[in-house]
Design a protein around this ligand. Structure first.
Ligand code: AMP
Ligand code: GLY
Length: 428
């Protein structure tokens, strides 16, 4: 088979790595890919938003299956375009991906189908938002969310009335997130611990992936601004059998069935970002794709071939399929550029990759790198994901951090506490 992976981050490196192990796969392309992916796939210079070019490429190269990584091409309708041309593709359609692309759609959908989530209001004008702030039903802190894709930065925790006015102005008047500021969701702030719960679904049948936990804040102990994710571990020890069942029954099945009722059958990966509160799991957000960096810990623990699963979904039926898991855990530590998640410089030489990749059970997933002859240079905010797979969390944590210490580039920073939450749960 020939496979095309769309995207160029750490998630796509992990997908390409897993796909490359399939005995059925002869050739892999990645658009646009990154420095590390060049070792496993032919990287082609087409951006993920170039839907027509991607479909032209898949037709010309007779690609058997295309796997879409990021949300933007999904919300733009890449799956609809490929399907129209009878090209096999794994991912959600444009209308199904709206569950990620529109916070308002997602919240109203959850309300309609009684899927546990936070209380909320929708504001369609700044005046409406100012009125809501004046006659508020909520107490502070509260969360304001721009209604569209905003590269993970569109959700802002608001602590008082002055900030509420300021954030409303930024989102709805100054349009800091562009058209995503046409509408704004104001929602109750939830307390608890976050879990990423993903399933692969054909619109009816559902295969859960191992639960994982991301670390969104830039600094240790969840301090500082949110990022795309500074590290992850899987499986999540918090998600025991009872909680797993509860999530499937209260969140996943009602969502998959509800999407069918809405005429938006959901095929692909459905990712529920959950807050595990004292009252049980509540949905913070849905994503229409694999998580990043969660994929870098979930796939290394998966046994067997991923490709037949992706192909089965693309063909419309997961019947008879199952997933088995290694008796192992994984953690991933993200090495980021100086300044990230704010502005940062690129083009720094990365040292120690060769040495670190020689460590047992360590996988280096490139997120933002560029290859220049025999060297790798930084080319993004999140540069590398250092994953270690081991029988236990203490071992995985030690291996990952040993590898991190071997790698260096100017300005590099990373969190030192990835996996500590897993240890805390295991001590309980
Ligand atoms: P979102 O933009 O909806 O993906 O949210 C990004 C992050 O903001 C989440 O992963 C949480 O850490 C935080 N967050 C979003 N909504 C809430 C909420 N209602 N209560 C507490 N934290 C939230
Ligand atoms: N790691 C969070 C996400 O993929 O959205």
């Amino acid at each position: 088979m020939k496979i095309l992976v769309v995207g160029g981050g750490g998630r796509e490196h992990a997908l390409v790595w897993k796909i490359s192990q399939s005995p059925r796969v002869k050739e892999i392309f990645c658009a646009p890919g990154n420095g590390g992916i060049t070792e496993l796939a032919t990287c082609i210079p087409i951006e993920p938003t170039g839907l027509q070019q991607l479909a032209d490429f898949a037709e010309k190269e007779k690609v058997d299956l295309t796997v879409v990584g990021p949300e933007l091409p999904l919300t733009l309708g890449i799956v609809d375009e490929f399907s129209r041309r009878e090209l096999k593709v794994f991912g959600a359609t444009r209308r199904a991906a709206e569950i990620e692309g529109s916070k308002v759609f997602a919240k109203e959908f959850m309300k309609k189908y009684s899927i546990p989530s936070s209380q909320f209001s929708v504001c369609t004008t700044a005046e409406e938002a100012f009125k809501l702030i004046k006659h508020r039903w909520f107490s502070y802190p509260v969360v304001f969310k721009a209604d569209g894709l905003a590269a993970g930065k569109g959700s802002i925790i608001v602590n008082d009335e002055a900030q509420a006015h300021e954030v409303t102005r930024q989102i709805m008047v100054e349009r800091r997130f562009g058209a995503a500021g046409d509408r704004m969701v104001v929602e109750e702030f939830l307390r608890g611990e976050e879990v990423s719960f993903k399933v692969i679904t054909d619109g009816e049948r559902v295969l859960p992936l191992a639960a994982s936990q991301d670390h969104k804040a830039v600094y240790d102990d969840d301090k500082g601004p949110n990022t795309g994710g500074m590290g992850a571990f899987s499986p999540s020890p918090m998600v025991d059998k009872a909680l797993h069942r509860q999530i499937m029954e209260e969140v996943i099945y009602p969502t998959v069935r509800g999407m069918v009722k809405e005429g938006r059958e959901y095929r692909g990966v459905l990712y529920a970002g959950l807050m595990i509160t004292d009252e049980g799991p509540k949905v913070l957000e849905f994503n229409a794709r694999f998580g990043d960096p969660e994929t870098q810990v979930v796939l290394p623990c998966m046994e067997g071939d991923l490709v037949p699963l992706l192909e089965a979904v693309a063909e419309g039926s997961l019947e008879g399929m199952e997933i088995s898991w290694r008796d192992a855990v994984a953690i991933c530590v993200v090495l980021a550029s100086g300044g990230y998640p704010g502005s940062y410089e690129k083009g720094k030489v990365i040292s120690g990759l060769w040495e670190a990749s020689g460590l047992d059970d360590v996988l280096l997933f490139h997120a933002g790198t560029e290859r220049q002859d025999a060297r790798f240079l930084t080319a993004g905010g999140r540069v590398l994901g250092v994953t270690a797979v081991a029988p236990t969390f203490p071992e995985a944590i030690k291996q990952a951090y040993d590898a991190c210490q071997m790698i260096g580039f100017q300005g590099m920073h990373y969190r030192r506490d990835i996996g500590r939450k897993a240890l805390r749960w295991l001590e309980k």
